[in-house]
Design a protein around this ligand. Structure first.
Ligand code: SAM
Ligand code: SF4
Length: 371
């Protein structure tokens, strides 16, 4: 079987052939009894069920992390953004098609005006059981203010990005952030019962010698923690990726000098590999998109705040769902656009950070696609 082909009844076929077999002209034939309807589950050409949607609700942020954004960023005009109602329609269309996990991200999701209205309306899918998890990734600066409402909307877990516990380094890495606000947010979130995972990007010459301490701290606070390799997403003018890149293989070796790392089979279908740290009892993840291939179990797609659907974080191919959303108030066009896009989900990405290469593998920033 070649790439892009799937095996149906012992016969190799590509996705278009499968669709026309399932939906033959005139509605007769073997596929007619179980036609692929607009509401059929989303399964990609490599037979991966698409059950996890990440939605960037804004490209704006109140911080400027050095690996994510330049200090001077031009953000999208507000009219280009999907409205909260459009975001709801879009998420709901995916939930109808089998999405069970929805993560709102950004930019910083909590800076989007009235974003709690979106959380509130999406929580109806938790109530019906169609959605198993509604969650977010946040930098934590506004978490203290919103933690209770998030809990009220059925959010149970949050990912909070935090790369250092040193206030001066935090300020430098985020260009002006106040570490105290994030720690406050974490404290309130924990007291409100949210389970927390810390995301920390490993940065050469910055936090690299603090990571053991960060793991010990996170576990001491009762949080899980995931370390992330810098990914070549988005043009940066003041620094290059190879200046920032620190292989997690090295980080892991340093951790193993101090801790006993016990491999866990646990998989989220994503790029993280998990271990339990024997001494702390806590969970530690490693996201290593550059040194490991995690694509074979990929169950996710991402939508930007302008409604562009990216089938793979590391590829440029995309589908414009905003046009489909705005073409009519019904969801038929949207469903068709989603079906067509998923039929193009690639097998994997091809990130490379080379020493001599300064341009990013993918031009858009993580804050556009949503991390
Ligand atoms: N503002 C929120 C936050 O920081 O958690 C959500 C959006 S942010 C883009 C999501 C995640 O992407 C963060 O954990 C951040 O550290 C990570 N990130 C951003 N740019 C990255 C890059 N070039 N390589 C690796 N991770 C990156
Ligand atoms: Fe903002 Fe998150 Fe990017 Fe930092 S990583 S600049 S907090 S979007």
């Amino acid at each position: 079987m070649s790439d892009g082909q799937i095996l149906i009844d012992g016969k190799a076929m590509n996705w278009t052939e499968k669709l026309s077999r399932d939906r033959p002209e005139g509605g007769t034939g073997p596929g007619a009894a179980s036609p692929i309807s607009a509401a059929s589950p989303l399964i990609d050409p490599y037979l991966r069920p698409i059950t996890y949607l990440r939605v960037s609700v804004t490209d704006r942020c109140d911080l400027r992390c050095v690996y994510c954004m330049d200090e001077e960023m031009s953000f999208l005009p507000k009219r280009d953004l999907l409205t909260l109602e459009e975001l709801d329609r879009l998420c709901t269309a995916f939930v109808r098609r089998g999405t069970t996990k929805l993560r709102l991200t950004g930019g910083e999701p909590l800076v989007r005006r009235d974003v709690m209205r979106l959380f509130r309306s999406l929580s109806r899918h938790l109530a019906t059981g169609a959605l198993k998890e509604l969650t977010l990734t946040t930098n934590g600066t506004l978490l203290a203010r919103h933690a209770q409402e998030l809990v009220d909307c059925g959010v149970r877990r949050v990912n909070v990005s935090l790369d250092t516990l040193d206030p001066a380094r935090f300020r430098r890495l985020t260009r002006w952030g106040d570490l105290g606000k994030v720690l406050d947010g974490l404290d309130v979130a924990r007291r409100r019962g949210l389970s927390i995972k810390i995301n920390a990007v490993a940065l050469k010459g910055e936090n690299e010698h603090e990571l053991n301490e960060l793991v010990r701290w996170a576990h001491g606070e009762g949080h899980a923690i995931t370390l992330i390799e810098v990914m070549p997403l988005g043009e940066l003018t003041t620094t290059t990726r190879s200046d920032q890149y620190l292989p997690l293989s090295l980080v892991r070796a340093r951790l193993a000098d101090e801790f006993t790392l016990e491999d866990l089979a646990h998989s989220s279908g994503g790029p993280a590999r998990y271990v339990r740290v024997k001494e702390t009892g806590g969970i530690l993840g490693f996201i290593t998109p550059l040194t490991h291939n995690f694509c074979e179990s990929c169950n996710r797609v991402r939508v930007t705040c302008t409604g562009t659907l990216y089938m793979c974080l590391g590829q440029e191919d995309a589908a414009d769902l905003r046009a489909a959303l705005r073409a009519s108030s019904g969801d038929e066009r949207l469903d068709e656009a989603i079906t067509e896009a998923i039929s193009r989900k690639p097998k994997g990405h091809d990130f490379v950070i080379e020493r001599r290469r300064s341009e990013p593998a993918v031009a858009r920033h993580m804050s556009v696609t949503g991390g």
